[in-house]
Design a binder for this molecule. Structure first.
Ligand SMILES: [Zn+2]
Length: 340
């Protein structure tokens, strides 16, 4: 059973030849890694998330864990525990996802099937909260007591460590900042069903909705001449976030303008995090960020001053890159399971 508020513990006193499983369950990809007793990743694999049923999600994680162990010759008996860092919302103590925004299910059991099938203890944590813990244990936040991690990926999330404590909340959803309101007119609907949320405008899956909304406000001729329209053969329903950043990278006027507008909205989101948690560092990850580093960070750094009251912290890309979620899952396992 996880305590509702947990200090960020150091790991110590672990025995030799033990392995830990870290699973990063995102909206699109599931990544699985094996680590040694110190949390160093020694093998990893990934697949697109199998959303054919709620049960398929844990089945896939179990299958990938067994595959990795077989492939690299780690006996299942050497496994000491598994940490699962997952897209939320969730109920941490019950180890389940509840109405996850990126999956079409009401209830997704995670820790029970994993523990029963693999015979090891497991724990669940919000993926961005896990990433914050991973950054604190293995990355740029070592030694920091006030720190936040923000991911801009299929969704948007945040993990915050305040006065050395990882904030979790009553169910483990203390930092669902992707669902803070940044547009009181609520022009776009979020994956969660509510309107005006940050994620509805700036996450990888929702950027196309933002583009289509903005193009409706622009003169027809300007839109017709844009590189964006040509890239999708005139069919705006085919637009992706990748198209937008590719066109902006080629200096397409409309795309450059839209990337800047998304940057302003991101700056509002970042300012909310800074005003709420007062971190001395924010690291940023997630696929949208990692694939478009300058186009994401530059406008945030430029505009965040317009919305903060607190002193602006350093804002930089996570040095843990794509693996930040895996390090988060491992950090959660090492922190919570080791100390049971
Ligand atoms: Zn939402």
């Amino acid at each position: 059973m996880l305590a509702r508020r947990l200090r960020v513990f150091r790991v110590k006193g672990l025995v030799k030849d033990e392995h830990w499983i870290g699973i990063d369950l995102g909206g699109t990809w599931v990544r699985v890694a094996v680590s040694d007793k110190n949390g160093h990743l020694i093998a990893k694999t990934s697949e697109k998330v199998d959303k054919s049923s709620a049960k398929a999600i844990s089945d896939q994680m179990i299958r990938l864990t067994r595959f990795l162990c077989n492939k690299h010759g780690f006996g299942i008996k050497s496994l000491k525990g598994a940490g699962i860092a997952a897209t939320g919302p969730l109920v941490q103590e019950e180890g389940v996802l509840i109405h996850p925004t990126a999956m079409p299910f009401d209830y997704v059991p995670i820790t029970k099937p994993i523990s029963e099938e693999l015979g090891i203890p497991s724990c669940l944590i919000n993926d961005a909260a896990g990433a914050a813990l991973g950054e604190k244990m293995f990355g740029a936040a070592k030694g920091l007591d006030n720190y936040a991690y923000i991911t801009i990926s299929t969704g948007i999330g945040c993990g915050a460590i305040v006065n050395g404590t990882l904030l979790l909340g009553k169910d483990g959803n203390a930092h669902e900042v992707g669902h803070i309101v940044i547009d009181y007119e609520g022009r776009l609907t979020c994956g969660c069903g509510k309107r005006g949320h940050w994620e509805a405008y700036c996450s990888g899956s929702n950027i196309p909705n933002f583009i289509r909304m903005r193009l409706k406000d622009m003169p027809k001729k300007t839109v017709e001449e844009s590189m964006l329209l040509r890239m999708v053969g005139g069919d705006l329903s085919r637009l992706s976030a990748i198209d937008l950043f590719a066109a902006a990278g080629k200096a397409d006027n409309i795309s450059t303008r839209l990337v800047e507008e998304i940057g302003v909205l991101n700056a509002i989101g970042f300012a909310n995090v800074i005003n709420a948690y007062d971190p001395s560092l924010i690291t940023v990850g997630g696929t949208v960020t990692l694939k478009n580093r300058a186009m994401i960070l530059k406008p945030i750094r430029k505009h965040v001053k317009d919305y903060v009251i607190n002193r602006i912290p350093k804002i930089k890309i996570t040095p843990l890159g794509d693996d930040v979620g895996l390090y988060g899952a491992i950090a959660a396992a090492l922190t919570y399971i080791s100390w049971r």
